[in-house]
Design a protein around this ligand. Structure first.
Ligand code: PEP
Ligand code: MN
Length: 287
């Protein structure tokens, strides 16, 4: 059993998961998303808009983030919005646009699935399925995702402990799908200056407990465009295997999460800085 400096055992509670434990695969799991690998020495940046809005929006954003060095495209077709009156996403139309842009750009894509009834449909378009923060403990969805053959990007529930996070991943692995990436995306605290409190300490903790790759979402983690670059750099410094960053070709006109979306130029300026951090810690980002 590992101990930290205070001699407190760093282990999971009695009903601890086993398939996600580092001990079950000490070399670390590498997840293959349509040919792009996350979990090795190389750091991978996923970028794209919060929501798919139109062909032009997705195409311009995708081609720009690709030329800046992003290796996977993100974009939500089914959106979990707090208000039922907010833009809910384009649904299957959005998936079709994603598939078209995937062909044009050559970038693998990740998109969210919110409902067990949509897993098959979303899996027929996406290279990786995202289970969002609000669904981290949607156990039927986790099981369904575990039965599908595509990699799963599991985002930490905004009210979830690290143990609950790992147990949610365990549900997916239990169904035979070990292609799971964990994403720290901020948790709810008393702080209101930022949209969430990005728990970067979760990264080294998760790396100590599990063999699954860990990435960070500084966009939802802060809710603030200007803070995304510094938290992205910090995330790499604490050991994240990748980042998922919201980027929009016209952030001020975005139908969803414009305040936290980087412009194409801001993203382009960030990537060389991230490469420097990666190299300083013996890793690489290919631009
Ligand atoms: C998203 O990635 O757009 C999203 C809704 O993320 P989260 O589930 O972390 O809020
Ligand atoms: Mn978003």
């Amino acid at each position: 059993m590992e101990t930290n400096q205070c001699n407190t055992p760093v282990t999971l509670a009695p009903a601890s998961p086993s398939r996600v434990d580092l001990a079950s695969n000490p070399a670390g799991t590498i997840v293959n998303i349509g040919g792009t690998k996350i979990g090795g020495t190389d750091i991978v940046v996923i970028a794209g808009p919060c929501a798919v809005e139109s062909w032009k929006q997705l195409f311009e954003t995708a081609m720009a983030v690709k030329s800046s060095g992003a290796k996977i495209l993100r974009g939500g077709a089914f959106k979990p919005r707090s208000s039922p009156y907010s833009f809910q996403g384009l649904g299957e139309e959005g998936l079709k646009l994603l598939a078209m842009i995937q062909k044009e750009s050559g970038l693998p894509l990740v998109t969210e699935v919110m409902d067990t009834r949509q897993v098959e449909l979303v899996a027929s378009y996406a290279d990786m399925l995202q289970i969002g923060s609000r669904n981290m403990q949607n156990f039927p969805l986790l099981k369904e995702a575990g039965m599908c053959k595509k990699p799963i990007l599991l985002k930490r529930g905004m009210m979830s402990t690290i143990e609950e996070f790992l147990l949610a991943a365990e549900y997916i692995l239990n169904q035979g799908n070990n292609q799971v990436i964990l994403c720290e995306r901020g948790i709810r605290t008393f702080e209101t200056a930022t949209r969430n409190t990005l728990d970067l300490s979760a990264v080294p903790m998760l790396k100590r407990l599990t063999h699954l790759p860990v990435i960070v979402d500084p966009s939802h983690g802060t809710g603030l465009r200007w803070m995304v670059p510094s938290m992205s750099k910090a995330a790499l410094a604490v050991g994240a295997d990748g980042l998922i960053i919201e980027v929009h070709y016209k952030p001020e006109q975005a139908l969803c999460d414009g305040n936290q979306s980087l412009s194409l130029d801001e993203f382009d300026r960030l990537m060389p800085d991230l490469q420097k951090i990666a190299r300083a810690i013996g890793r690489e980002i290919y631009l």
